[in-house]
Design a protein around this ligand. Structure first.
Ligand code: ARG
Length: 606
């Protein structure tokens, strides 16, 4: 391993004389980007290998013992990589800006120059604040993220919860990557069940209950009327005044735009939305559009059917219209797009909805966040849009996730989203109450307990890869031990408290901190981790996996903990305290940014 010793003949000695960057790379202001640029320029000088080839071959490291970046030479197609790595390590070590360069087998390991790292990363995090890690883009592209999408009068199940938090995260991530984001909720607000619900409401409905707890009340009504319907079917009652026929009549009226029917339906819908908005805001999510099955116009569906005919996609089968998708892909099967009685289906509605969104919102990309149970359905939808010759069909993306098995309350009933959030809040509150001194300092303990409870729910869900199934379990949901949401919150609030207790040190003093005497290896390791954050975001953007960020966050928290115990700010003179606090403060900022991205609201005290 070769470390630069004599810098007398170095080409790039200091910050100001770093290699000249191209126009595009002037944007590269994150330390790892700068290091990548420097490596590519210098290595290109030495070897003639194309710069972009080098930049693309450079990999982040999992374990920082192996460097801040590694270059696997086989990836840039070098003959005799082991020997070449050795030679290049020596040559590259002559350049100040590259820090330490080591050869390990066919790999080159690059370690940040410590002074450069501290002096560039820490102040820039402190100055960029919330923006640290984000990408700027001049040509802002637009993405529609459709997520959550519960069904009115039916339970908000675990699939909806997962869609909600993963969709919320993805929306934030796109925004951080410089996209303009439309958050859309596609409600299940249409269909025969609304006829049934209206009949049920006549019999069991209560206006006060509807206003107070619309979601729960409509569900109760729906369950009761379904019971009656089952009875009726058992008795084979097909009379005009039977539930089934009255429900059918109501829905027909609704489809024909009957004023009274529409008014009733609208009331169910808007009260439900009103209540959803409150619950979503507890999760820190704001939808731009509450769309829904009901909002897709007949015209778009007719147009869809027209294109099906024009493109010879449909065939008739027992009066129904069917698209045989097996001609393009064996396992896609056949899809019915119109029933024999002329009514369109859920799938046709989705086709119409996509067409409308393209026209109205002019998206560059659209993401559907829906459980993996609907993988086949989504592939059918995308294939149909493709065969309708919409060039934008390629811009559609299904982000899926596994199932949560057995989500029910302790009593075994259906769980409502609010119930889960409330239970998590109450548990957090119980734990907070154990520390009387601390809780006395928290301004609004119930509010903080809510934020901590929600953190627990979000993190347990996002910790593993999206596609994994997991068993719903209250202990898992509410666990506060180990790598959990509350632990993230705890670390954040601890750093906040450190900042509060050093309030004599101003923000300016932190930004101008002098790191020349700082040599605690734990702190330096912490800063190297902080420097990875922009890369972690980009990786998460590629994988669309929240776990990518969570794994990183826990690494940062563990490193903060190990520093916190040994490297103190309190009682130190300014020349020691300021650079240390600057690093703690930068760590808090990174925690804050990553937690917010995941949908958590970081707390200052707990
Ligand atoms: N409401 C549906 C459900 O609960 C989810 C909607 C998915 N989005 C769509 N465009 N089909 O299963």
């Amino acid at each position: 391993c070769t470390t630069r010793k004599d810098s007398g003949q170095n080409k790039y000695r200091s910050e100001s004389s770093r290699p000249k960057l191209s126009k595009k790379s002037e944007q590269a202001n994150y330390p790892l980007d700068t290091l990548r640029e420097d490596i590519s320029i210098i290595l290109n000088d030495i070897s003639g290998i194309g710069r972009s080839l080098i930049v693309n071959a450079l990999e982040p490291t999992n374990n920082m013992e192996g460097g801040d970046l590694i270059l696997p030479l086989p990836k840039i197609k070098v003959a005799n990589p082991v020997a070449v790595a050795k030679r290049w390590a020596t040559e590259l070590s002559a350049y100040d800006s590259l820090g330490k360069v080591c050869a390990k087998g066919p790999f080159l390991q690059f370690f940040f120059d410590q002074k450069y790292l501290l002096q560039s990363a820490v102040p820039s995090i402190l100055l960029q604040k919330e923006r640290y890690g984000q990408e700027k883009s001049c040509l802002q592209k637009k993405v529609v993220v459709e997520f959550s999408s519960p069904n009115i009068a039916k339970p908000f199940h675990a699939g909806h919860l997962r869609s909600t938090i993963i969709g919320g995260f993805l929306s934030n991530l796109y925004e951080a990557m410089g996209w303009s984001v439309v958050r859309m909720n596609y409600l299940g607000d249409w269909g025969r069940q609304f006829g049934l619900l209206a009949v049920g409401f006549e019999k069991y409905g209560n206006k006060k209950a509807l206003e107070k707890q619309p979601i729960q009340h409509l569900f109760e009504v729906y369950v009761q009327i379904n019971k009656d319907l089952a009875e009726e079917e058992k008795e084979n009652d097909t009379s005009q005044c039977g539930i089934s026929s009255r429900a059918r009549t109501f829905f027909k009226k609704l489809e024909n735009g009957d004023q009274n029917a529409t008014k009733i339906w609208n009331r169910f819908r808007s009260l439900s939305i009103h209540h959803y908005i409150q619950t979503y805001s507890r999760l820190n999510i704001n939808f731009d559009i509450f769309s829904g099955e009901s909002q897709v116009s007949k015209e778009s569906m007719d147009e869809a059917l027209n294109i099906f005919y024009q493109n010879h996609l449909v065939e008739e089968k027992d009066g129904a219209l069917v698209i045989d998708l097996t001609q393009w892909s064996k396992n896609l099967g056949k899809a019915v797009v119109q029933k024999s009685d002329g009514t369109t289906l859920y799938l046709t509605r989705d086709v119409g909805a996509a067409m409308e969104r393209k026209i109205d919102l002019k998206f560059d990309k659209m993401v559907y966040v829906i459980s993996s149970q609907q993988d086949l359905y989504m592939s059918q939808l995308f294939m149909i849009l493709q065969k309708m010759n919409f060039d934008w069909a390629k811009d559609l993306n299904h982000v899926n996730f596994g199932m949560v098995q057995g989500m029910s309350t302790r009593k075994g009933n259906v769980v409502f989203l609010d119930t889960i959030l409330d239970e998590a809040r109450d548990k957090a509150f119980q734990i907070m109450k154990n520390n009387k001194i601390k809780i006395a300092q928290v301004e609004d303990p119930h509010q903080v307990a809510d934020l901590i409870g929600i953190s627990a729910i979000i993190i347990q869900d996002m910790k593993a890869r999206r596609i994994n199934n997991y068993e719903f379990n209250w202990n898992r949901m509410l666990s506060f031990e180990g790598d959990t949401g509350p632990y993230l919150q705890y670390t954040h609030s601890r750093l906040r408290s450190l900042e509060r207790s050093s309030s004599n040190i101003t923000a300016d003093m932190l930004v101008q901190a002098d790191f020349s005497n700082l040599d605690e290896p734990q702190l330096i390791k912490l800063v190297r981790l902080l420097a990875q954050y922009p890369d972690v975001l980009k990786r998460a953007f590629k994988t669309q996996e929240p776990a990518t960020i969570i794994t990183y966050l826990f690494k940062v928290c563990h490193q903060v903990s190990s520093c916190y115990k040994n490297v103190w700010v309190a009682g130190k003179s300014d020349d020691v305290a300021i650079p240390r606090l600057a690093i703690y403060s930068a760590s808090r900022q990174v925690l804050h940014n990553a937690m917010s991205l995941l949908g958590l609201v970081p707390v200052d005290r707990m």
